[in-house]
Design a protein around this ligand. Sequence first.
Ligand SMILES: [Zn+2]
Ligand SMILES: [Zn+2]
Ligand SMILES: [Zn+2]
Length: 494
Amino acid sequence: MKNKIYRLDLGGELIALPDELDGSYNSADAMMEDVKEPSIFLIDGLKTEDDNSLKEIFDVVYQLRRSAIFYASPIYFAKSMGNLNSFVDGVGSTKVDILPYASEILARMRNISIEANATNDDLRLLTFMFCRGDAYSLSPIAFVASPWIYEYPAAFLIGAFADTTIQSAYRFGPFADKKSFKLTMRNSTEWLVSLCNQGFLATMGLVDRIRHCPHCHTGNLNYIDSCPVCGSIDFLKKKMIHCFTCGHVAPEETFKNGMLFICPRCNTTLRHIGSDYDRPVESYGCNSCTERFIEPEVKADCLNCRQKSATEDLEVRQIYNYGMTAKGKRAAQFGVIDFEFSLFDNNRNVVPQYFYQVTDWLLQMKMRYSDEDFSLLCIKIVGLESIESTAGMSQFKNIIDELATRIRELVRLTDITTSTGANTFWVLLPRTNLKGGEILASRVEKLSDIVSLENGAQINIHAKCFSIPDEYAKRGPVAEMLLREFEAILSEVR
Ligand SMILES: [Zn+2]
Ligand SMILES: [Zn+2]
Ligand SMILES: [Zn+2]
């Protein structure tokens, strides 16, 4: 089958020669109206004079990537457009430049149901990646316009995050409604983390580590030093003097008396540095509360919500490249995203068999050292499917991510989790007795309330804490059997 190249002419100087092309259009709409089979799009007539031209180019690429037919198509620029290049598949104006890679993409597109896979954004992104081959990975770019600092260009377009980023650029000050901000303002990075947690993507190398505001989760932070006592930012470095006669330490200006240094406490005239006085480390003096201190306190001031946070409270985000997993490829090939989700990231989530072994081992440890108590938390989530149908996929995703984040926050003390069935999760709580575990369970159950919806759809979270009675320790491995019994108990209680 012939691989066709269609030009989209944006009205500037044309670079590609007509015999390299199979057609030319003056607007994306006209092109999308006409072209019906998988084809290559060459954006030519690129103008670079001003920001309006750049916006026009970006909008055209965005329109194609958001279209239900062309979202996975190879898109090229006829000449380099600098930072915008990362939003397309490549730069080139001849078949020799374009065809080697673009033909591979088209060949894979022909083996897949492009339109059927356009039903949801997850599937679109996985299909886009699948068409680009096994070696393809999504790489982040530092994107100054985004409140989240890093974005993934392809995901940014396909998932329609450009709109929210552009909107947020025009908002100033704290958001009036923080809850709606959190639920609607998502970015491409969070999306990929969520697809990774669900097993469709895998991390392919760490690129950077950034810190986010713990209140609104954006990353434009100003690190500001302030007085550790009153919090004022109005302080100055002060030269200090230490009087040897009486031990008084104070800023130099309090000793000054004409040309002399006279100690304000003992009235000694200080003549010789080293024998009468010395200068201890420089310190700071606060102009608001007069406190002196050696080290100012550093806080991160969030430019989005204006909350100030201690640096150790910031959220640490690892920024990775992402590639596809076998599960992700299957989803693209068969056009089905299995309905399951993961509460815990893949690094901590282990297969059930391993979870049982660790549980049995901990039980033996508890027999030998009686202070080594532990308990097991079971979480079952009910009602997810109904939310998906009443609220729609994108709202549903937001709810799930919110829920997963909250649960992870509550149980972050642990290292080992597993999932034993549809929406059933186990968390191992080391050094936690049954009572402590029960408190945690009731907190997890209360999270049901945060995800209730206006139209009455409701997620129910059932959580119960279990502890294995000592007498089981003599019986050999019992965890697998007991955990199944516990799960049955949790289901019956309701
Ligand atoms: Zn102060
Ligand atoms: Zn003195
Ligand atoms: Zn913030």
